[in-house]
Design a protein around this ligand. Structure first.
Ligand code: HEM
Ligand SMILES: *[C@@H]1O[C@H](CO)[C@@H](O)[C@H](O)[C@H]1NC(C)=O
Ligand SMILES: *[C@@H]1O[C@H](CO)[C@@H](O)[C@H](O)[C@H]1NC(C)=O
Ligand SMILES: *[C@@H]1O[C@H](CO)[C@@H](O)[C@H](O)[C@H]1NC(C)=O
Ligand SMILES: CC(=O)N[C@H]1CO[C@H](CO)[C@@H](O)[C@@H]1O
Length: 325
């Protein structure tokens, strides 16, 4: 008895200390027997949708990231608010999330072939990978499967788990650390900002009255800052979109890190990667496309394993927006 308690205590300790829950029970091609075409259906539908909408790869990649950082990769980001509880996706920070309808479309194609077998969390992880991979016609990172869907989604769990764009390096390091991700992962995954767009409110604090001193963030390139001010004046329109990687915002490449080194990282969180010697060194290395792709792949595999539900945990949702009855 005493030994059992000791074992329990020490394994709890190990779990806590090393985030051992991350990825337990995931495997390659989990649906090989139960739904052999699942991954191909997800890929085919995702590619069709991506061909029709060049914004989709960024939408899905971001959705997967937001899912994983709050309550693990359990598709909690896809759940709608209910009468009694406000869901993650309806937290202020998240109002700009998109891609939900596309996930529904992919899910319904998979359900046609194998009802009740493939989780929304796996579909989201696969679709994010496949959408970014569309132009390359090969998978840009490995996605293990076997995730189950969670039943809880709380807006109140977003702050403190998801970094905000004004986060400094220490905060980012800490928030990523809580998820079992290190500085290598932080830098590589920040490279996701090589695609996509942002709203003015995410960086307006850098343009006017930065830290209450009345001016522009001195770490932001002055010419670029002037351009941003034109797009996002003090009284900006809340639907203005700004590209995050100016020359190639639809192209998944290592250009983000070149921009970063020209002091054109859009958010303080981006710029902060140059404020630490180690992360700055990694960011320099990742300017090289080959290095970026291989680091990104490794880190995405880790991110996709954060606090996953597997085995008898969770459920396979019938509809990604709602828990089963
Ligand atoms: C390091 C901490 C991070 C912060 C503070 C951050 C913050 C943000 C913010 C503020 C936006 C703009 C949202 C908007 O205004 O509409 C954004 C966009 C985006 N983020 Fe991040 N992010 C971080 C890490 C990541 C990671 C790890 C990924 C994925 C692996 C990611 C993927 C994206 C993508 C693809 C977009 C573009 C979305 C679109 O165009 O629809 N971000 N991020
Ligand atoms: C997916 O697309 C490929 C290429 O177009 C096709 O050969 C294959 O039959 C499709 N598979 C499924 C399951 O939709
Ligand atoms: C879920 O909520 C979103 C945003 O409030 C809404 O647009 C959507 O129609 C809802 N989805 C379903 C299936 O009810
Ligand atoms: C943007 O501003 C308009 C007009 O002020 C408002 O009606 C709308 O709800 C805002 N949209 C968001 C997403 O905040
Ligand atoms: C649409 C939009 O951007 N909504 C909110 C997103 O998060 C920021 C930061 O918390 C809010 O200021 C926005 O109102």
């Amino acid at each position: 008895m005493r030994a059992a308690i000791l074992l329990l205590v020490s394994s709890l300790f190990l779990y806590g200390a090393f985030g051992a829950r991350n990825g337990h029970g995931l495997m390659k091609d989990f649906y090989k027997e139960s739904c052999p075409n699942a991954e191909m259906i997800v890929r085919n539908v995702t590619w069709k949708l991506t061909a029709a909408d060049q914004f989709l790869q960024a939408d899905l990649l971001r959705l997967h990231y937001h899912d994983c950082f709050v309550r693990g990769c359990d598709a909690s980001i896809l759940l709608n608010s209910t009468k009694t509880s406000v869901a993650e996706r309806d937290q202020d920070l998240n109002l700009s999330l998109d891609g939900f309808n596309e996930i529904d479309e992919i899910k319904s194609e998979v359900e046609k072939e194998c009802p009740g077998i493939v989780s929304c969390a796996d579909i989201l992880a696969l679709a994010a990978r496949d959408s970014v991979s569309f132009k390359f016609k090969r998978p840009m990172w490995p996605v293990l499967t076997g995730r189950k869907d969670g039943k809880i989604s709380l807006a109140s769990e977003v702050p403190g788990n998801l970094p905000v764009p004004s986060s400094d390096f220490k905060t980012l390091e800490q928030l990523f650390g809580k998820k079992g991700l290190n500085v290598n992962d932080l830098v590589a995954l920040s490279g996701a900002h090589t695609i996509g767009h942002a709203h003015c409110d995410a960086f307006i604090n850098r343009l006017f009255n930065f830290k209450g001193k009345g001016g522009v963030d001195p770490t932001l390139d002055a010419t670029y800052a002037a351009l941003l001010k034109k797009k996002c004046p003090k009284h900006f329109k809340n639907d203005t979109l700004v590209v995050m990687d100016p020359q190639s915002s639809f192209i998944f490449d290592s250009h983000y890190f070149k921009n970063l080194y020209q002091n054109k990282g859009l958010f303080q969180s981006d710029a902060s990667l140059l404020t630490n010697a180690k992360s700055a060194m990694i960011a320099k290395l990742l300017q090289e496309p080959k290095e970026f792709f291989s680091h990104f792949a490794k880190s995405m595999k880790k991110m996709g394993s954060i606090e996953v539900l597997t085995g008898f945990e969770g459920e396979i949702r019938k509809q990604c927006h709602f828990v089963n009855h």
